[in-house]
Design a protein around this ligand. Structure first.
Ligand code: ADP
Ligand code: ADP
Length: 226
């Protein structure tokens, strides 16, 4: 079953030239997809369309067999993790992880219980009452992942989630993300500039250029060409 099915998607921004020109891509449930390509080729736009943060000009977006073009972000079975974490500085780790659940009408006790359980999985329990400023870069990134996990969605979109971390942390977090994928059995769509990251994470790599899908295949098929 497809988790995400993009059919002939076109997208332009106001006063801008087209960013995506008829892009189609079928992502299977449980797959780890990595999207690579030069800056400005439309990778973030593609993620934002899947998340519902942008609207396609034409084409169809299907999420789990349902037409999703007109579905608001909070009604999509999706969580997105950004490069800059987007944590709230005045909120504790617990509140940051639970953020968003309130909008769904979940009671406070249940929100906190879910946040504590996610924090346990991510080894953040000792930091639940701290503010983001009192955390390391890797811990902040885990809080951002925790917020996404708390939504209990089956599709995770990650836009260069590790690009602000130093090298050692990046390698450690890469391993954690892989392990998380294995544990959750979720579908991952992951944007990166880093070829090593793409090779180590991806079931399939989507190579984009100028708003087109150039190649979409296994890492071996894409990088092991003579
Ligand atoms: P990538 O993630 O591959 O770097 P983006 O999807 O961010 O590419 O951007 C693709 C193109 O669309 C770029 O030319 C960028 O300047 C433009 N763009 C992105 N977001 C907006 C926006 N909100 N308004 C206008 N143009 C945008
Ligand atoms: P990235 O390539 O990592 O997405 P950018 O600096 O291109 O980083 O984009 C950062 C933010 O600015 C994104 O939310 C994107 O949608 C927006 N953006 C990018 N290009 C433009 C643009 N030309 N006009 C308006 N917003 C833009």
């Amino acid at each position: 079953m497809s988790a995400v099915d993009l059919i002939d998607i076109r997208k332009s921004y106001a006063n801008g030239s087209p960013v995506l020109h008829g892009l189609s891509m079928q992502i299977q449930a449980g797959e780890f997809i990595v999207i690579v390509g030069p800056s400005g080729c439309g990778k973030s736009t593609l993620l934002r369309l899947i998340a519902g943060l942008e609207r396609a000009d034409s084409g169809e977006i299907r999420i789990g067999e349902q037409r999703a073009n007109d579905l608001p972000p909070q009604h999509r079975d999706i969580a997105m993790i950004f490069q800059n974490y987007a944590l709230y500085p005045h909120m504790s780790v617990r509140e940051n992880i639970a953020f968003g659940l309130e909008l769904r009408g979940m009671a406070k006790a249940e929100r906190n219980a879910r946040a504590d359980s996610v924090a346990h999985t991510l080894q953040l329990t000792p930091y639940l009452d701290r503010k983001p400023a009192a955390l390391s870069g890797g811990q902040r990134q885990r809080v951002a992942m925790g917020r996404a996990m708390a939504r209990e969605t089956s599709i995770f979109l990650m836009d260069e989630p590790l690009s602000n971390l130093d090298n050692a942390l990046r390698i450690a977090m890469r391993t954690e993300i892989k392990e998380l994928h294995r544990q959750l059995g979720a579908t991952m769509v992951y944007v990166t500039h880093d070829q090593t990251e793409a090779l180590s994470l991806a079931d399939r790599i989507a190579v984009m250029k100028d708003g087109h899908l150039l190649q979409f295949d296994t890492p071996e098929a894409i990088y092991d060409r003579p």
